[in-house]
Unconditional design. Sequence first.
Length: 449
Amino acid sequence: MRKTLLRGMRLIDPATATDERIDLLLADGVIAARGVDIVADQETRIVEFPGAVVAPGLVDMHVHLREPGREDEETIESGTLAAVHGGITTLAAMPNTEPTIDTPSWVEYVRSRGRLARVHPIAAITVGREGKALAPLAELAQAGAVAFSDDGCSVADANVMRRALQYASMIERTIIAHCEDPALVGAGVMNEGLASTRSGLSPIPAAAEETMVARDILLAGSVGARLHIAHVSTRGSVELVRRAKADGIAVTAETCPHYFSLTDDDVRSYDTSTRVNPPLRSADDVEAIKEGLRDGTIDAVASDHAPHSLEEKQVEFDAAPPGMIGMEVLLPLTITHMVDTGILSLGKAIALMTVQPARALGITAGTLETGAAADVVVFDPRAKVEITSDWFRSLSKNSPFIGSTLSGRVLITIHDGQIVFEEDLGTAQGSGEDHGKRAAESNELVVGV
Ligand SMILES: [Zn+2]
């Protein structure tokens, strides 16, 4: 297999506490060497971008790929194409497909179809995500389920949730909780507050999320299980996770870029792409999310990439399904709202999208240590990206960020040593061979930005 030398760029690898200008050599699909002035032989492709950063391929722990069942919205193929366009080389796929991923054969189906990026299936906690009978967790784990979640809804029955936590703990897997009490959500479609009063849309109180976060933390603590809270969106939830961690409970948490870059005021336009579960919150909640990311209470930034067709979203706000696409804007939104604003260092931001979600999932990924898989993203943190509908590689286009300009442009994404995305040249679909030919004459590739 061809070697690749990433030369003379700023290498940020939080897993090994590295932030320095060094070379990175990829060979045989793994990180072969790192250091200063690594010598390249004739066969080595050289990648060099002035001003760029080399980081581990991003790990997105919350993605909806829609296959099986809604291949008009996204497939594993199109979803991984979108992933690598966003610099993501490892993703965890939620089980709320049609049918639900609650059998070993469906887990195997999802796991084996990731070609451009590594796809880790998350299996359902309960059969059909109905919240009643536990799915066969041990067999699902055996087939490759990385974690369990009924994402899309909470497991309303506390006893079912408690037993799920106990079983998952025995087989050393994490339960990922979507925390929204169905009774408190009711017919609500947006955050309860001034904005909902003004808009006349049915409100969802912060307590709908916080009561479930509190319950699940108590249950996990009482049985000694590992719990991960998905898409934390309120000040109260951040505070509950902060206290649980201080109490030594094995809880981790994620938030999504839309919970630190948008507020419930953005729903004012009745743009259905701003309808998400949990809903966009108040400016005060956004401040608390940022603080939670800054002080380490929140472990990961995940996209909650949720593709929906145009037809489904072109309806009244309350009739639209919740969710927005997010993998391709994960990095630029985080750089623009958390790094450019001085809240996080670039290294801390990268940790939230690489090694920290990998640890929360209990997988080996998100590191550039020698011997690790050659999953790498090269990006320019200062280069601007104009978000247009055409720019997205996802099959769906439901994003409230269309029309905005963000910082942080992905230049190259490498998965298992192969270039799977390359700026301007489109996607080299897992080979990088064309590119090798072009670069062969000079043994060098320098693309200015
Ligand atoms: Zn969810």
